[in-house]
Write a protein that binds this ligand. Structure first.
Ligand SMILES: *Cc1c(COP(=O)(O)O)cnc(C)c1O
Length: 361
């Protein structure tokens, strides 16, 4: 059996070991079925139970009200950057976008193709170091929706509260912090997340949307790009990512055993604190995000020089701490410590950081 190393990758990212082990046990033949989950029809009774259980798991964990749909789509969170404005924006309408990092920028680029974008806040000039305070949001009461990115994965900047957008529907890209802590789900009208950060493998995107939004969708959209197609067919209009949905179901079961999202939050905060305390303990390390905007999922920091950063990546990788290189667009270091990332791995990184500073500081 090959040893597992500590995987700090931003995505696809670490999955819970018990989930991988369960998938391994059942890979060749699902109990009582005699075939792999990858070999059965998406319209079979067995798969119907799997997708139903995955949906129920997400509903229970997130406390979703009954008037929300849960969809398992494809095309990644990136397709949602387009699909959302195609369904809910148009040339005669405007949507609010809150810009706190690189992913929000990509979302805005696509929205502008469909209609007007009101930049309700931007921290771009400040190098995407923070989220806005509620009173800084320049919201338009007539906006079709307001879009936020709850955790900017590349910059490591996370909302610590749910913005109040009044009667304007709040839409959120939660790709990198979905299921990391409890949220007031009823305050969001639409939530989406590429699964590969915190809920499963790549190739499946979870979209949660409130039923009344469907009435706003214009006719004439391409079938696959119309949310109504997927709510009506319960994510089975075409062949979904059956494997991905199967893994999401296992991850939900694992999360429930871990005490649900409240249990996860406590563990995530403890892990993040270990790391931020190590960063704050010295001038050698410098956190990227401002303290009140720090992410508990993606911890970004810099060293005194780019040469030292390169050396840090090289030596940490050799020490079995993989994937710490920051995103190519911002540089520095990034430790992605999603739900499934073990606390022992954070402790190992903190020890490595202390030793690295002792030798090079
Ligand atoms: C990774 C990521 C995306 C892009 O996801 P894909 O599934 O690769 O399209 C979008 N938004 C955020 C916040 C992300 O972390």
């Amino acid at each position: 059996m090959t040893e597992r190393i500590y995987n700090f990758s931003a995505g696809p990212a670490v999955l819970p070991l018990p989930v991988l082990e369960a998938a391994q046990r059942e890979l060749v033949a699902l109990p009582g079925v005699g075939m792999s989950v990858m070999e059965i029809s998406h319209r079979s009774k067995t798969f119907d139970e799997i997708i139903g259980s995955a949906e129920a798991g997400l509903r229970e964990l997130m406390g979703l009200p009954d008037n929300y749909h849960v969809l398992f789509l494809q095309g990644g969170a990136s397709l949602q950057f387009s699909m959302i404005p195609m369904n809910f924006l148009s040339k005669d309408k405007s949507a609010d976008y809150v810009l706190t990092g690189s992913w929000g920028k990509k979302a805005i680029k696509e929205a502008k193709r469909e209609g007007n974008v009101n930049l309700a806040f931007s921290s771009q000039e400040e190098n995407f170091k923070r989220t806005p305070r509620q009173e800084e949001l320049k919201l338009d009461a007539k906006a079709a929706y307001c879009h936020v990115t709850t955790n900017e994965t590349i910059e490591g900047v996370e909302f610590q509260y749910t913005p109040d957008t009044g009667d304007v529907p709040l839409f959120a890209d939660m790709s990198s912090d979905i299921l990391s802590h409890p949220i007031p789900a009823e305050r969001y009208a639409l939530i989406y997340a590429g699964a590969q950060k915190n809920i499963g493998p790549s190739g499946v995107t979870v979209v949660i949307l409130r039923d009344d939004l469907l009435a706003r969708i214009p006719d004439g959209l391409h079938t696959m790009l119309d949310f109504r197609t997927h709510t009506e067919a319960k994510s089975l209009y075409n062949t979904p990512n059956t494997w991905g949905i199967y893994i999401i179901n296992l991850v939900c079961k694992w999360l429930k055993e871990k005490g649900g999202l409240a249990g996860m939050q406590a563990e995530n905060e403890a892990k993040a604190k270990l790391l931020y305390d190590a960063i704050d303990a010295t001038d050698f390390y410098r956190g990227h995000a401002e303290k009140d905007s720090r992410s508990i999922m993606t911890v970004t920091f810099r060293l005194p020089s780019e040469d030292l950063e390169k050396q840090f990546v090289k030596e940490s990788t050799a020490a079995g701490l993989d994937g710490l290189k920051g995103h190519r667009s911002v540089g520095g270091l990034r430790a992605s410590i999603y739900n499934a990332f073990p606390r022992a791995g954070v402790e190992a990184l903190v020890s490595f950081m202390k030793e690295f500073e002792r030798k090079n500081g």
